[in-house]
Design a protein around this ligand. Structure first.
Ligand SMILES: [Cu+2]
Length: 457
């Protein structure tokens, strides 16, 4: 039974409903205080045989028709309405005195923000005459969800860049078995923000696989029981149709296998290749396989594994709450987030790279993308060696400042550490730093004033 309660209008205010995404980054509550929303809800309109409806987009309500929306008491809620059918619609919660602008034309949208001040159940519906009766109504429940549910227990999918298998070095080719599993899960995208990732082995990027030139790889790919999608893998190190994806399309709850011979050495990207491929990649489905040349690569003190990706959310960068995937921004190649190793802060707060003065480091760097070329650079260092495009058969370039790495491409960079301090991994297209893209390399050790002397001699 529905409990209808009237709340007073204080604190529940309709804000400038706007189609502009940028305007949603900062929301002005009428008392002059600026607030970021705690919860972001997206509803998309639709018309089917049964009538008209709202469909949830992203998070726990994803795909549900006229979903019951639960928010914590006191939360600042941002509600985005997307027009999915072309007819004019809006959404209103009269008991809370909030209502969106009308959305006219397919893919137009409207955003409003309100504070969920009082617990209870409230109807939401479309106020265009006849639409509520045609099915466009649902319930907003305030108070049954704790605020901590939204951010407190989020999984962290970011891969530790030190998670690199041991070098193979000098051995003969052999057969190696590799098992990977595709897993979909809601996880932390940034502080206070979550996203439903699609992953290999539950992390982004997927595991760094390491084999030797001439090895035969017996690969089994399984897809988790609770996946909503078919997933697959295309290895750029595979010679054959689809890089393996032709025979590795795996429905939820099953598995498929492929044997391949790694006939050419180098550092190669792998990624999911199930349509829409760009969507699967953007959601986190990429990783790399290193095919070591005979005898291996020159030894270094530390090896790291870093990959760059893009995330396309309906809500603007920096919004709190559950974020939903935005196909239009994907097709326009306009990501809201750029990330190293899957999430904002993965390589600055969660897993910074560490080493000591006098040591050598190697970074296996790749771009999952799906779209942006990276101008990979470490602020305050030069790459002593840079294996262009991930190729290990040509001599590396030497003393390189920035290296261009295309989507589905890679590089290997080696450098020695002479001076202590904090170095910053970036894409030198530095606007992307404002959208989450940065990593730290923290170097400890003796000062080296003959090379770097703060304050001068
Ligand atoms: Cu996939």
């Amino acid at each position: 039974m529905k409990i209808r309660r009237w709340v007073n209008a204080l604190g529940v205010l309709l804000l400038g409903a706007s189609v502009s995404v940028a305007s949603a980054t900062q929301t002005n509550i009428a008392d002059g205080v600026s607030l970021k929303p705690d919860v972001s809800i997206t509803l998309k309109t639709g018309i089917g045989e049964e009538g008209m409806y709202f469909q949830g987009v992203g998070g726990k309500i994803d795909g549900r028709i006229n979903p019951e929306i639960k928010v914590p008491e006191g939360a600042v809620v941002q509600l985005t309405l997307i027009n999915g059918d072309g007819a004019m619609h809006d959404v209103a919660i009269p008991d809370l005195h909030v209502k969106s602008d009308g959305v006219v034309g397919r893919d137009s949208s409207s955003v409003f923000v309100f504070r969920a001040n009082e617990a209870g159940q409230f109807d939401y519906f479309c106020t265009i005459p006849g639409h509520r009766a045609a099915g466009m109504e649902g319930t907003l429940v305030i108070g049954e969800t704790e605020a901590s549910d939204l951010t407190g227990t989020l999984d962290d999918i970011s891969r530790d860049p030190a998670d690199v298998p041991a070098a193979i070095g000098d051995r003969d080719p052999k057969t190696v078995s590799v098992a990977m599993k595709t897993v979909e899960k809601q996880a932390r995208l940034a502080d206070g923000t979550s996203y439903r990732y699609w992953t290999f082995d539950g992390q982004v990027p997927g595991p760094l696989l390491r084999v030797r030139e001439g090895d035969t790889v017996d690969l089994t790919l399984s897809n988790a029981e609770d996946s909503t999608m078919i997933h697959s893998v295309d290895f750029h190190a595979v010679t054959g149709p689809g890089g393996g994806a032709a025979v590795l399309q795996v429905p939820p709850g099953s598995e498929k296998s492929l044997s391949f011979k790694a006939i050419k050495p180098g550092l190669y990207v792998y990624h999911c290749a199930t349509p829409m491929v760009a969507h699967h990649i953007a959601n986190g489905m990429y990783g790399m396989i290193l095919v070591e040349p005979e005898g291996g690569l020159p030894p270094v003190d530390h090896e790291f594994y870093v990959m760059q990706g893009e995330i396309y959310t309906t809500q603007a960068y920096g919004q709190h709450g559950e974020q939903s995937f935005d196909v239009r921004k994907l097709l326009d190649e306009k990501p809201e987030y750029y990330v190293f190793n899957g999430s904002v802060g993965a390589l600055t707060d969660k897993h910074p790279l560490t080493a000591k003065v006098g040591e050598t480091v190697r970074i296996y760097f790749g771009v999952g993308g799906p779209n942006a070329t990276s101008s990979f650079h470490v602020i305050g260092e030069m790459f002593d060696k840079a294996y262009e495009w991930g190729g290990t058969s040509s001599a590396p370039a030497e003393h390189i400042q920035t290296i261009s790495v295309p989507p589905g491409g890679a590089t290997i960079v080696d450098f020695e550490l002479e001076v202590p301090g904090k170095y910053v991994l970036v894409d030198h297209a530095l606007s992307r730093m404002e959208r989450g893209l940065a990593g730290f390399l923290k170097v400890e050790g003796e000062d080296a004033p003959e090379i770097y002397n703060p304050g001068g001699g």
